[in-house]
Design a protein. Structure first.
Length: 206
């Protein structure tokens, strides 16, 4: 997504939030709500609305790595570069990921591992040793305040979500997989990956 596209989406999200806030406020003022709503209730509702609207994760890059497994080239590692659309705190310890290959569904939880990439190659970073096929971690590209590395908070950061696929979920060419990101609150994000031919070990998904 280019700069102008990102700006347009941000403006749209803010516009929708203002419309919802105005609608709730008008309902309270005119007494159209069926029940009595206190000021504290209004603040809680507005906080929930804003949280739902602003928690949106951009997908900046999608790559995988092929490995030779029993004589067949299969993608066994996936890295998805993410960044919040709007600077807001997202608690990644509560993030859940769903994998679906069309036959089976697997749920992944956060492993508690987030490390800077440093001078390490992405798919050879030591953090992969701490990732299992039932969880995920983060290889951090940008994190100026160390919020992601030290406090499990994604705000203005940019990082790769890293996923290690089990043998039954690894992908060969032309196979597809749907990946859905579920933040603890806010908008879920779904992408579909299609494995390209294994012309080289590291590939970008179509």
């Amino acid at each position: 997504m280019n700069k102008w596209g990102s700006t347009a989406i941000t403006a749209m999200i803010l516009l929708i939030s203002f419309i919802l806030i105005a609608a709730i406020a008008a309902s309270v003022i005119t007494g159209e709500s069926e029940s009595t709503i206190s000021e504290e209730d209004v603040e809680e509702i507005l906080d929930e609305v804003l949280d739902e609207i602003t928690t949106y994760i951009q997908i900046k890059d999608k790559i995988g790595k092929y490995y030779n497994t029993y004589g067949e080239q299969r993608i066994e590692k996936i890295a998805i570069l993410v960044k919040p659309l709007i600077s807001t705190d997202i608690d990644i310890s509560q993030l859940t990921i769903k994998l679906c290959d069309g036959n089976n569904v697997k749920i992944l939880n956060y492993s508690g591992n987030a490390r800077f990439i440093g001078s390490n190659p992405l798919f050879e970073h030591p953090i992969w040793n701490n990732i299992e096929d039932n969880n995920f971690g983060f290889i951090v590209i940008l994190d100026g305040d160390n919020s992601l590395v030290n406090h499990d908070i994604l705000n203005e950061d940019m990082a790769y979500i890293i996923i290690k696929l089990s043998e039954d979920f690894s992908m060969t060419k032309k196979e597809t997989m749907t990946i859905t990101l579920f933040p603890s609150s806010g908008i879920e994000r779904t992408i579909t990956l299609k494995a390209p031919p294994p012309i080289k070990p590291v590939v970008s998904f179509e």
